[in-house]
Structures are given as structure tokens and as C-alpha cells.
Design a protein around this ligand. Structure first.
Ligand code: NAX
Length: 329
């Protein structure tokens, strides 16, 4: 039996947590022969709810679930973790300015970054899901300078999956036929789902879908606004699909990417594609050996794509400047 991988999940009593924990414990994230130890982090008032989730995890009798540690203590929660999945954050409420949101969440992610640096395993990798996830990731990373830059990620995989599904539906093919889909930039309504480099059954999307106006208009806005559409339909925000995207993200970072393809995740910018260094930006990413990854280089970026990428990068710069002004990074 392999030794367990230790995974911390913050916001474990929340909606996404309720889907995610059972997927991790069942083996969906790390494979059918890899035991996992869960460290479930919540704020104090949510511990009774978290206790109910722990009872349900117990009741599944998962063969791969080695142990469960529910806690509101960050040092205990991040102790020895190989993966830190930062899901918990405070949602934007009516009347709240973006700056207020960045300030409230900033305090959460400074503390979590510091606690991860102090307590986690030496190989820790961090995936930030809680919004605004790119900038929350930047805050946590800035507060854990001892952890190498390439170990920090923010999730744009749900956007990628949404984009693939929209393109597949339009082309009348199964979603597995859609490859090479990049989400550029911020996980927000400015993100750019890049159809120009995407493929359907190995052919350029623009050769398969001739409706350019749909690609440049409705396709992009549907992906950008999908979260809001789910809230309208369901009465609460995406949860199972978000949890699924977390599983996909970690799987993609721990297994080699299929030849010729790539995936989307926000990583620390090294200046590729002219994106300012140090911004946590979604790029096309390939994993080679299951531990290291690279940004896919030299993809063509036409004028339309460039203007979209510029818009989302500008938003990331504004968020970075705002948290800098607040002294969070
Ligand atoms: P919920 O409100 O259901 O759950 C959040 C949980 O986080 C709550 O249980 C809360 O007690 C906990 N929490 C708050 N502060 C905490 C702290 N300091 N430490 C530990 N736990 C804390 O939200 P849920 O629907 O689960 O969504 C979680 C986050 O994911 C939100 O920020 C949401 O905006 C974000 N999302 C990000 C997505 C992405 O693609 N990156 C997509 C889905 C989702 O919208």
C-alpha cells in the first residue's frame, strides 16, 4: 500500500466541499490505489456543519480514506500537506465594492499563505478556487516566499470545461472531440476562451464552426457569464461542476498531458506572451512528468485574441494594484 497523500481543503463545509471531498476520498483525484489523508479547514462557526460532513465521509467507508482531521486551526490544518486546495472565501454581498471583497479575502489568504509556508510538506502544491481566485493566489503566494513560484495555481478549469462543452454542442460532436482550449487571464467575466487555437477532431474550430459571429460573440459571453446563468437557474452557484474541475485540475497537474494537447490553469507569469511577470494568469499548460509543467509557447495570437487578452490582463493588474495598496502583497 502506498503512503497517503495529505490534502487540505479549506471551506470544507461549503457547497463545493460537499462534492469535492467525496471525489477525493473515492480515488477520483489521485487514482484507485492512492490513499489520502484529509485535513478539513473551516471557520469556527462552521465546525458543527463540518462535523456532519465528516460523519458522512465515515459512513462511506471509503477504502482509500486514511484519516480525516477537521479543524479551524490553520497550523493543524496545513500540517504536512502535499496539496492545499483553498476553496473557502467570503462571497461578494449586495453593496460590497470589489475593494471590500479583496480586503476581506486578502486577510484570509495572507494568513493561509503564511500557515502553508510554516506547516506544509516540502513538496506542497496549492490550488486556489475561492474568488477572486487569481488574486487570492497572488496574495497567498506573496505571503509564502519560501514556496517556489511554480507550485501555485488558481483554477480556470471550470471555464475550460464550459467552453469545450459549448463548442461541442455547436459542432454537434462529443465534448471529448474538443482539444487545445486555452482560457487566458482572469477567472472572471473578462476571461478569454480562445477558440482560435482550439481544435475539434484535430481540425481548427474555425474550419468546423463557420459562424464567426457566434464564436466572437455568444460563445465568449456564454462562457464568461455561465456562473451567473447557473446561479439564476439553480438558486446557488456552481458546486458539483466546480468540484469536478478541481479534480480535473489536480489530475492534469499530476499526469502527463496527452501529446499535442494542453490544459488551462492560472500560474505565475514568467513574462510569456507579454503578460507582466508575477501576475497569476491562466495560460495553456502542459505537464510532462506529473510534477513539472510548462507554458505552451508560440501559439499564434491574432489581433482579436490580443485585444481580449489585454482586457483580462488589465483587470488582473488592477486587482494586483488594489491588493498592493491594501498592503496585502
Ligand atoms: P460556500 O459559501 O458554500 O462555502 C464556502 C465555505 O468557506 C463556507 O463553509 C465558509 O464557512 C468557508 N470559509 C469562509 N472563510 C473561511 C476561512 N477563512 N477559512 C476556511 N473556510 C472558510 O461557497 P462555495 O460554493 O463552496 O464556493 C467557494 C468559493 O469558490 C467561492 O469563493 C466561489 O466564488 C468560488 N468558486 C470558484 C470557481 C472557480 O472556477 N475558480 C467556480 C465555483 C465557485 O464560484
Amino acid at each position: 500500500m502506498k503512503s497517503p497523500i495529505t490534502v487540505a481543503v479549506t471551506g470544507a463545509a461549503g457547497q463545493i466541499g460537499y462534492s469535492l471531498l467525496f471525489r477525493i476520498a473515492s480515488g477520483s483525484m489521485f487514482g484507485p490505489d492512492q490513499p489520502v489523508a484529509l485535513r478539513l479547514i473551516e471557520i469556527e462557526p462552521a465546525l458543527p456543519t463540518l462535523n456532519g460532513v465528516v460523519m458522512e465521509l465515515d459512513d462511506c467507508a471509503f477504502p482509500l480514506l486514511h484519516s480525516i482531521t477537521p479543524t479551524a486551526d490553520l497550523n493543524e490544518g496545513f500540517s504536512g500537506v502535499n496539496w492545499a486546495l483553498l476553496v473557502g472565501s467570503v462571497p461578494r454581498k449586495a453593496g460590497m465594492e470589489r475593494k471590500d471583497l479583496l480586503s476581506i479575502n486578502g486577510k484570509i489568504f495572507t494568513g493561509q499563505g503564511q500557515a502553508i509556508e510554516k506547516n506544509a510538506a516540502s513538496d506542497v502544491r496549492v490550488v486556489v478556487v475561492g474568488n477572486p481566485c487569481n488574486t487570492n493566489c497572488l496574495i497567498a503566494k506573496s505571503n509564502a516566499p519560501g514556496i517556489p513560484s511554480e507550485r501555485w495555481f488558481a483554477m480556470t478549469r471550470l471555464d475550460e470545461n464550459r467552453a469545450k462543452s459549448q463548442l461541442a454542442a455547436k459542432a454537434g460532436v462529443h465534448n471529448t472531440a474538443v482539444t487545445n482550449l486555452t482560457i487566458w487571464g482572469n477567472h472572471s467575466a473578462t476571461q478569454y476562451p480562445d477558440f482560435t487555437n482550439a481544435k475539434i477532431n484535430g481540425k481548427s474550430v474555425t474550419d468546423v464552426i463557420s459562424d464567426q459571429a457566434w464564436l466572437e460573440g455568444e460563445f465568449i459571453s456564454t462562457v464568461q457569464q455561465r456562473g451567473a446563468a447557473i446561479i439564476k437557474a439553480r438558486g446557488s452557484s456552481s458546486a458539483a461542476s466546480a468540484a469536478n474541475a478541481v479534480v480535473d485540475t489536480v489530475k492534469s497537474l499530476t499526469t502527463p498531458t496527452p501529446a499535442g494537447d494542453w490544459t488551462s490553469v492560472a500560474v505565475w507569469s514568467d513574462g510569456s506572451y507579454g503578460v507582466e511577470k508575477d501576475l497569476i494568469t491562466s495560460f495553456p499548460i502542459r505537464t510532462t512528468d506529473g510534477t513539472s509543467w510548462e507554458i505552451v509557447q508560440d501559439l499564434p495570437v491574432n489581433e482579436f485574441s490580443q485585444s481580449r487578452i489585454d482586457a483580462t490582463i488589465n483587470e488582473l493588474k488592477e486587482e494586483r494594484d488594489a491588493v498592493k495598496e491594501l498592503g496585502l502583497i
